[in-house]
Design a protein around this ligand. Structure first.
Ligand SMILES: Cc1cc2nc3c(=O)[nH]c(=O)nc-3n(C[C@H](O)[C@H](O)[C@H](O)COP(=O)(O)OP(=O)(O)OC[C@H]3O[C@@H](n4cnc5c(N)ncnc54)[C@H](O)[C@@H]3O)c2cc1C
Length: 454
């Protein structure tokens, strides 16, 4: 174990600002045990961390212990239709190792540099096709965990209720030290693109609810344009060109945000700047998303490297999910909200907002799409000035439109809204949490506002 108390690691600002008293990088379950058992040396709260890319304070350990699992990053076993890994391996690294075996991770994710531990213990965004469930975590078949009082336990799909508690448990029920995931042979999908106005999008109604395709959206409220990316299982064995996906990844995740940010500096007059930025975003949509990529597979997409997270990220965002049945009208209301906010404050987001259709998923108690299919809506910005006020207003907007917050990706969700949306699942989760962690070893201030301490 790297025992240097308060060892400095370049953690993203969300974690770093909070100032843990100790940051410990562990390499084995026995070291996790030592940390959890020694509250004097490693004060509470203990917060497990993968790549630390969550956009809320879910990983902050103010005055406590940051438990860095990123060095536990080995693949332990590939066994036909499952892979067993340590939690600190990054998803692109795992995708690349699997692709050498002709295998891929299941689902449709924008993987970024998340770790398996982070993606299993926290909610994600993805555009899954019909038949697939909504969360990466649903593909877990076994977890090995050190509980807050140092006991090791194994849960698997024979104990489905326990697995449902442990998936998306945000490191509140224990520290995951081994994960077994379902994988599959590489499968192709076809990509179809389209665009529409917000008004026409609002007419899609039930078509969106029952969509069979995986749906990803790019919304430009000030151009009155919504671009669609639809994914369907491919009939041919075309699994996509790696180069084209790499180029798309670079253009959308790196070049576009960089160019938008530069324009923000070079063109100070906003009446000139924003039309230029919107034109650039539209060109990117037409050239990169519409023309470049017509087929793909999780395998080629998942090895993307340009989407940097945390402090290295080129943009910031916040996410809410809305019931799919409401989403056409929510999108229209969002367009008006953006225009009104711009008129009254002079701030608007400079990147297209991104949306995913999130399939219904009951495999985790704290799943954001537990009750119905959802659409996520994430406004993105490269500009910091004015962003915090926008996030607050957007939180009000979202709460008003039955938005469901993510504990790891939604800023400024009030405890009232969280309680309303997660309903009886929240006190039930907290009851189990209190039994497993009677001394609140893993509970930080952020989670205390949603899960009252013991
Ligand atoms: C610019 C940017 C873009 C992003 N894009 C996407 C995107 O497209 N899709 C998406 O889904 N997300 C996205 N995210 C959000 C982020 O990647 C997710 O929140 C992700 O789940 C975090 O993974 P991580 O490895 O960084 O986990 P962390 O942030 O380190 O941890 C997440 C949670 O899991 C817990 N945890 C981590 N490891 C363990 C463990 N071994 N045992 C127990 N608990 C653990 C932590 O305590 C925390 O509560 C983005 C973030 C940024 C900053």
């Amino acid at each position: 174990m790297n025992t240097a108390v308060a060892r400095k690691r370049s953690l993203p600002s969300t974690a770093a600002n909070a100032g843990p008293a100790a940051t410990i990088q562990v390499t084995a379950p026995s070291e996790i045990y030592q940390v959890l058992m020694d509250a004097k040396r490693y004060p509470s709260p203990v917060r497990p961390t993968g790549s630390g890319s969550s956009t809320t304070r879910c990983i902050t350990a103010n005055g406590g212990t940051q438990l860095d699992l990123s060095a536990m990053n080995r693949v332990l076993k590939i066994d036909g239709d499952t892979v067993t890994v340590q939690p600190g391996i990054s998803l692109p690294d795992l995708a690349e190792i699997l692709s050498e075996e002709g295998l891929e991770l299941i689902g449709g994710f924008d993987l970024a540099n998340r770790t398996v531990g982070g993606a299993v213990c926290a909610a994600g965004l993805e555009a899954s096709m019909a038949g697939d469930v909504g969360q990466f975590a649903s593909h877990v078949t076994q977890l090995k965990v050190v509980s807050p009082n140092g006991k090791k336990f194994v849960i698997n799909d024979k104990t489905k209720n326990l697995l449902a508690l442990m998936r998306l448990s945000y490191g509140l029920l224990g520290v995951v030290y081994e994960v077994r995931l379902r994988v599959r042979p590489v499968q192709g999908f076809s990509v179809q693109t389209a665009k529409t106005s917000f008004q026409d999008f609002a007419k899609l109604g039930s078509k969106l609810l029952g969509a069979k395709a995986g749906v990803k959206l790019y919304l430009l409220p000030f151009r009155d344009r919504i671009y669609f990316e639809l994914r369907r299982p491919a009939t041919e064995s075309d699994t996509g060109r790696k180069f084209a996906w790499r180029f798309k990844d670079w253009a959308v995740s790196s070049a576009l945000p960089e160019a938008v940010r530069s324009l923000g500096i070079a063109v100070p007059i906003r009446q000139l700047r924003y039309p230029l930025i919107d034109s650039l975003s539209e060109v990117a949509q037409r050239l990169v998303n519409n023309a470049l990529v017509k087929s793909g597979s999780n395998s080629v997409e998942q090895s993307g490297r340009y989407r940097l997270l945390g402090s290295k990220s080129r943009f910031t965002y916040t996410t809410w999910a809305f019931p799919a049945a409401d989403f056409p009208s929510v999108a229209l209301a969002y367009k008006l909200f953006c225009k009104e906010h711009y008129l009254s404050t002079g701030f608007r987001c400079d990147m297209p907002a991104v949306g995913f259709r999130l399939n219904q998923d009951r495999s985790a108690l704290l799943s954001p799409s537990f009750d119905s299919p959802m659409f996520t809506l994430s406004p993105l910005s490269t500009q910091a000035k004015g962003w915090d006020d926008f996030v607050l207003s957007y939180a009000d907007f979202a709460a008003h439109h039955r938005g469901v917050p993510f504990f790891n990706q939604t800023r400024n969700a009030t405890p009232e809204t969280v309680t309303q949306r997660y309903g009886a699942r929240l006190p039930f989760f907290n009851k189990v949490r209190r039994q497993l962690d009677p001394h609140d070893r893993l509970l930080n201030q952020f989670f205390q506002s949603y899960f009252p301490a013991t």
